[in-house]
Design a protein around this ligand. Structure first.
Ligand SMILES: NC(=O)c1ccc[n+]([C@@H]2O[C@H](COP(=O)([O-])OP(=O)(O)OC[C@H]3O[C@@H](n4cnc5c(N)ncnc54)[C@H](O)[C@@H]3O)[C@@H](O)[C@H]2O)c1
Length: 307
């Protein structure tokens, strides 16, 4: 049996993700959007790429949820994206309503699925989705840290003139302006970047990572990033579909880990077929802990609006 992934939101992130999933040939894709004709048109266009690129993934686009039934994974990208000058939190109320409905509709048709939430403000939206579906915390995960880490890795590689493949980076906390890029745990070929760059240089890269989303919004003017966000989501999708047990920074509902309870925050987790299979705890120094807690508090106050 082929695997099936539902992607809700056939906009920039959703459609590019559908393309990336099809190109791996690992699953069929049900693409859903409220815009009439858009998911149908994009799904057909992607199907017609199959013979050229050599994939057999079936893609079906629709404005309803019937075709999403029995999906192995559900990815929520539906909602509004940022415009210049908007923070992720400006999207809170509108996207909260959308994500609640989408999570309910998809969750009841695929009760065993692993759900990944991309819609911003992502950590809060993941909480909304978990509440709306009643899914256990292991199966409702937010995408943010993989993207933030990829941005940090890109900037490290650019600065040192090394392959991105040599770089590893960890970004903790909420996917927002208060995210915590951890330079001590970020390495190039196993060497901590703190041994390879001056503190001022690292601070500059950390700052650019924190503003990585806004930098692209400012350039595009009409929307936000989607190539790297869809690539980051694909990495999580593949980890689950192939039961890879990959350690990736994701937003998960913490129950005591890192001394935090009952709130979503970005931490390293083991991703496999069951979804989040383990929270990996790393030691934080006082400054890192303070920054992490500040970031967690920002997510908590966003979630309070949906209690
Ligand atoms: N977590 C992250 O790291 C990250 C990265 C990039 C984008 N995002 C977020 O992802 C979301 C999507 O971004 P985008 O660039 O694809 O935006 P987009 O505007 O291109 O696409 C969003 C799509 O959602 C659809 N939609 C709206 N309401 C819907 C509903 N009720 N049901 C189904 N579909 C609905 C729209 O018609 C549109 O096609 C935004 O909230 C954005 O901020 C998050």
């Amino acid at each position: 049996m082929r695997k099936k992934v539902t992607v809700v939101g056939a906009g920039h992130v959703g459609a590019t993700l559908a393309q990336r999933i099809a190109e791996t040939d690992l699953a069929d894709v049900a693409l859903v959007d409220v815009a009439e004709g858009v998911p149908q048109g994009k799904a057909l266009d992607l199907m017609e790429s199959g013979p050229i690129l050599g994939y057999d993934s079936l893609l079906i686009g629709s404005n309803g949820y019937e075709d999403t039934a029995n999906s192995d994974m559900i990815i929520i990208t539906a909602g509004l994206a940022r415009k210049p000058g908007m923070s992720r939190d400006d999207l809170l109320a509108a996207n909260g309503d959308i994500v609640k409905k989408v999570a309910e509709e998809t969750g009841k048709r695929s009760p065993k699925a692993v759900m990944i939430v991309v819609t911003n403000p992502m950590d809060v939206m993941t909480f909304v989705a978990m509440k709306a579906t009643g899914f256990p915390r292991e199966r409702v995960i937010g995408m943010g840290g993989v993207l933030d880490s990829a941005r940090f890795r890109t900037f490290i590689a650019m600065e040192l003139g090394v392959s991105v493949e040599n770089t590893h980076a960890f970004v903790l906390g909420g996917h927002g302006d208060s995210m915590v890029p951890l330079s001590r745990y970020s390495t190039v070929a196993g060497i901590p970047i703190t041994e390879l760059m001056k503190k001022e240089t690292i601070d500059k890269l950390v700052d650019r990572t924190r503003n990585g989303g806004a930098e692209i919004v400012a350039l595009l003017k009409t929307g936000s990033a989607y190539y790297a966000p869809s690539a980051a989501t694909l990495e999580m999708v593949v980890a689950v579909l192939l039961d890879k047990k990959k350690i990736l920074p994701c937003s998960v509902y913490l129950k005591g880990e890192y001394g935090v309870n009952d709130v979503f925050a970005g931490v390293p987790v083991k991703l496999g077929s069951q979804g989040m299979e383990q929270v990996v705890e790393v030691k934080l120094n006082v400054d890192e802990k303070t920054a992490f807690m500040k970031s967690v508090d920002a997510v908590r106050s966003g979630c309070a609006k949906f209690m």
